[in-house]
Design a protein around this ligand. Sequence first.
Ligand code: FE2
Length: 385
Amino acid sequence: MQGFSFSHATRRVVFASGATDRLADLAREADASRPAVVMDGYFADQPLRARLEALLGPGTRFHAVPQREPDRAVVEACRAFLAESPFDLLVAVGGGSAMDAAKVARMLVSNPGPLEALASPAGVPMAGHPSRFVCVPTTAGTGSEVSESAVVAAGPGESYKLIFRSPEMAADVALLDPELGLTAPPAVTAASGFDAVTHAVEAYTARTASPFSDPLALAAIEGLAHHLPTAFARPDDLEARAACLVASTQAGIAFNSANLGLAHAISGALGALHGVPHGLANALALPWTMAFNAPALARQKGETIARVLGAESAAAGISRLRRTIGLDLALDDVLPPGADLDAVAASAARSGQVRFNPRQADQGRIRAILEAMRRPTGGRPPTLP
Ligand SMILES: [Fe+2]
């Protein structure tokens, strides 16, 4: 057995339908008198805001994060909000954008200085913040509620994203309430759900996967394969929402240690260079990267994924799942005409995720995968030339 390292910095995961109400207990438990909430802007004028105020107390301060993926400006605005007044409880409510912005901004309060000083894919030492930190994901999802990392767009024209990593950044409590996902429209369910699928599949097949991450990653693949199509087709199906939320958190714990792979390397480049939303970029890439990875996974994890997905191969199952949730996408439909695919391949090849991929991929191979991604699969098994 090869050596491995597994860490899980989030001390508690709480799941229940209506678990949001537990915030009142968590605030009491933390003896919190100065709560702050960072929430997805989508909820800023929704009843959830008043509910949070009722649970946490009238002195609760609120900050809304724009719905787009966080960039410097979003994180700096969040830092300014947190630095305005001391806080002893921070609650981040939303998708990956709100949680990642809150995670990084909280570290900037305890580690003052420029944003870049904390950015490094391998992580830099960070001083912890004394507040209790609770993450409440509203989508399934990024897994950010249990990961020690966060991603922030570097800025317009930059070919990379800033990556932050430290156990100090992780939430103390991940509070999973599937009721919060009931209002997510199908397109959001599909895109965020496919991000979770990609986390699960890439964590399971990464070179740094371990006997600790594998069971979580595999359970996540199974849960998402069975329940994501239902959550997509019937948005108010609470059991399907619950299964997807639990699976995305399992995938988050798995990839926190096992890392990711080539699909995330490519989706990171597509996001940084062309603003392709993260979930859609993963949906574009994963069938093809799994077709590319097939030789490295033959008779082992590839077969296990295929069996769980009920397909002839892992790539075929992922291609079919993608089509079932309306994500049979073509690169040509999301990139501007004449987009420089060589630049995308170069950026992906420089990503820190490539080295965890089960099969070695250089810029030339990534360029070939991007070429294949230009057309949809129609749900059929993807075959690379
Ligand atoms: Fe992701």
